[in-house]
Design a protein around this ligand. Structure first.
Ligand code: GLN
Length: 547
């Protein structure tokens, strides 16, 4: 393992309390102390990657430069630690078993009986060490998905146990727990945390640090209790109350000396901490003036009676980042596009918004409603930002209503359309015919070339860009000339000029009517807002000032 250090982060009590943010924030405070950090996410499901899951099931599919389709937490790691991750930083149960079986078929176990224990945890450890070596990181964070006590993640706990036995000074475990304060009791209860710790103890793992999530800061009494019952030093019980912005978790952790505690436990020198950029950002967020209202028109919102914005988490974050840079608060509303299909008059409600965004998507549900929304934005000069499907639908809208190709469509929805302005790429067609769905889209980073004098160029201020993709369909080359002639400008194209990457209306005609075939949201970060989101929010702010 050379001289590398490892921090495992696991969740106790329940999911959704901020394990990803905790992992990312620990990474940020260690990085601020001059250490080279990286992170891995372990997802316990059997899917080989997140690409085959419905967003309502799993949340956003976060795409990496190398095209790996991963979990939204990977986005947090990149944004908080300012690192670029690869498929080596992501594993699922499916992926781990796939490689063990592959090795077995290749006789790599030299005739041994290949067993769930130890071979599965050993493969997990191999992958962790490999990622850490590849990223040349001094401290590697490994987040284990799910909650302790689930059958699914027990083999990953086993990996922690095995690593810790061999390298007790190099491995640390952090449990992120939830400390509820039920109304009827009126006091914070530590019992669920105690149970969670007992559960991991049964798997042979003892947390070194407990990050206790709660609505309010935790008092000394509760800290003492957790310390006593969970065998963790009092200073290692970190209170993590709800924060106004997730980035405050970073400075909160530092205030509680978490980086010093971790470095001491890992026997590393506490170099001087520099969190100035984050401190400035938090100040800026607190001082935001005015507000823009952004409507996100999509379909993946419902899960039972709840609205699930997780499906678009990077889009939401990217809008917020742009707001920080522009200097306005950004308020977002979720608009289910199907309402415009059922009740066409409702489209007028879009005039309340300062900007409308149609994010990526698949399939036919709600798309006519989205196309109506895009038309409304074009005609009423409302800033419009289309991402991936949102760009394809923008081209369809333009072809139908400006070019007069009434039947223009994407062959994703209507294979026999008379005007397939959006069509499937030949190699993609083959994938679908062969039933070859997993990880076969056009995925990951591709270069594009921008045209000067356009909105896109205004944003990026350079002609060569690289952005992440996840799609099978494209603007049909047969229609490009016609569409351009009718006034829509393809301001970004693939370097060979064949694939349309950005479509926009000239600045003289519309304040911001732009769609990108790629997903800019995956490359936005709080300290470096994405240029297209920035231009969109800026245009939205201008509209809000005029209303
Ligand atoms: N469904 C479209 C395609 O596959 C758009 C995909 C997306 O928005 N991510 O091309």
């Amino acid at each position: 393992m050379e001289n590398r250090k490892y921090i495992f982060v696991m969740g106790g009590v329940m999911s959704g309390v901020g394990k990803g943010i905790t992992t990312s924030s620990i990474g940020a405070i260690l990085k601020a102390r001059g250490y080279k950090v990286t992170a891995l996410k372990i997802d316990p499901y059997v899917n080989v990657d997140a690409g085959t899951m419905n967003p309502t099931e799993h949340g956003e599919v976060f795409v990496l430069d190398d095209g790996d389709e991963t979990d939204q937490d990977m986005g947090n790691y990149e944004r908080f630690m300012d690192i670029t991750l690869s498929r080596d930083n992501y594993m699922t149960t499916g992926r781990v078993y796939e490689s063990v079986i592959h090795r077995e078929r290749n006789l790599e176990y030299a005739g041994k009986c290949v067993q769930v224990v130890p071979h599965i945890p050993l493969e997990v450890i191999d992958r962790i060490v490999h990622a850490s070596n590849k990223d040349k990181s001094e401290i590697t964070l490994i987040e284990i998905g799910g909650t302790v006590g689930e059958y699914e993640n027990i083999l990953f706990m086993e990996a922690i146990r095995m690593m810790k036995i061999k390298h007790p000074e190099d491995v640390l475990s952090v449990m992120v727990s939830y400390v509820p304060c039920p109304n009827m009791v009126g006091e914070m209860k530590t019992k669920p945390t105690q149970h969670a710790v007992r559960t991991v103890n049964a798997a042979g793992v003892q947390p070194d640090i407990i990050v206790a999530r709660s609505e309010m800061p935790m008092d000394a009494k509760r800290k003492e209790k957790i310390s006593n019952f969970c065998s963790v030093a009092e200073e290692c019980v970190i209170s993590a109350p709800d924060a106004k912005s997730v980035y405050e978790v970073i400075t909160n952790f530092e205030r509680d000396n978490l980086s010093k505690i971790i470095l001491k436990k890992l026997r590393l020198k506490p170099k001087k901490s520099d969190l100035k950029e984050w401190e400035d950002l938090i100040k800026r967020v607190k001082g935001l003036d005015g507000k823009v209202k952004i409507g996100i028109v999509g379909k993946y919102f419902g899960t039972g009676d709840f609205v699930l914005s997780d499906a678009y988490i990077s889009v939401i974050e990217a809008i917020k980042h742009a707001g920080y840079k522009v200097g306005v608060k950004t308020e977002m509303d979720w608009i289910n596009s199907e309402i415009f299909e059922k009740d066409p008059e409702k489209i007028e409600e879009l005039s309340e918004y300062d900007g409308i965004l149609v994010p990526g998507g698949f399939g036919g549900r709600g798309i006519e409603g989205k196309i109506k929304a895009i038309k409304y934005c074009r005609e009423n000069l409302i800033p419009y930002f289309g991402i991936c499907y949102g760009m394809q639908l923008q081209v369809i809208e333009y072809a139908r209503n400006v070019l007069g190709l009434g039947e223009a469509h994407t062959t994703e929805i209507n294979r026999d359309t008379k005007h397939p302005v959006i069509d499937i790429m030949p190699e993609q067609k083959k994938n679908l015919e062969d039933g070859n769905y997993g990880a076969t889209m056009r995925l990951g980073a591709y270069d594009a070339v921008l045209e000067k004098g356009t909105l896109a160029y205004d944003g990026y201020k350079k002609t060569k860009i690289s952005e992440r993709h996840r799609h099978r369909w494209e603007v049909n080359p047969k229609y490009i000339k016609q569409i351009e002639k009718a006034g829509l400008v393809f301001s970004g194209k693939s370097p060979d000029g064949k694939l349309m990457e950005i479509a926009e209306l000239p600045k003289s005609q519309h304040p911001f009517f732009l769609g990108a075939q790629f997903h800019p949201e995956f490359k936005s970060s709080p300290l470096k807002s994405h240029p297209l989101f920035f231009e969109f929010v800026k245009a939205s702010k201008t509209r809000s000032g005029k209303k």
